[in-house]
Design a binder for this molecule. Sequence first.
Ligand code: SAH
Length: 220
Amino acid sequence: MMDRTPDNTDRVAERARMVEEQIVRRGVKDPRVLSAMRKVPRHLFVPPSHRSYAYADEPLPIGQGQTISQPYIVAFMTEQLRLTGDERVLEIGTGSGYQTAVLAELCDSVFTIEIIAQLGENARKTLDNLGYRNIVYRIGDGYAGWEEKAPFDAIMVTAAPPEIPQPLVRQLAEGGRMIIPVGTISQELILLEKKNGQIKKTSVLPVRFVPMKGKAETDG
Ligand code: SAH
């Protein structure tokens, strides 16, 4: 399919419509999340071949068998973290870097891990070009988290393991929140909260994510 939209138009009207029709209409309310979704130029994270669909209500391929999540899912997961601006956030599955940008708009710093080097490096270029300076990048298996940078106030996982990786639970700060898709054939988005040393898990939405690679493949 021909892409007739040049990269130098910022497509702000398409984003405003995306937020109203796909995100507000489905119940996402956090004004900071909505404003980040209006701001981040999603089309720059989508390969040129799919750029005309960048604001469609669906996930899109980003190469290497991976996908950029549907805009609503990005907004919904981000809202679950209840970011206020001063958090340190761990993200597993940098992918295109789109979700990373949305997080970077809403917290102090993002630590993001991607297992496929080419995707991670590409995302870093896109995010550098857009001027994001509060992101720290790592290529590797996110199953083990990022011990040297822990604890994290919030953790976002965008590939599905069969079970919640315990290193991530350990690296979550007291009072922190993690949002993670869990399961194989059928998956649920799980919100995990750590309060007074206790772990509370809530299933918030049925979802479909790519499977987590690496150590997670031998779990469950
Ligand atoms: N948040 C991404 C979605 C990417 S899809 C975006 O907005 O584009 C999931 C990503 O998780 C893929 O890029 C995949 O390579 C990565 N991934 C899978 N298993 C991983 C692991 N164990 N550690 C780090 N990244 C992983």
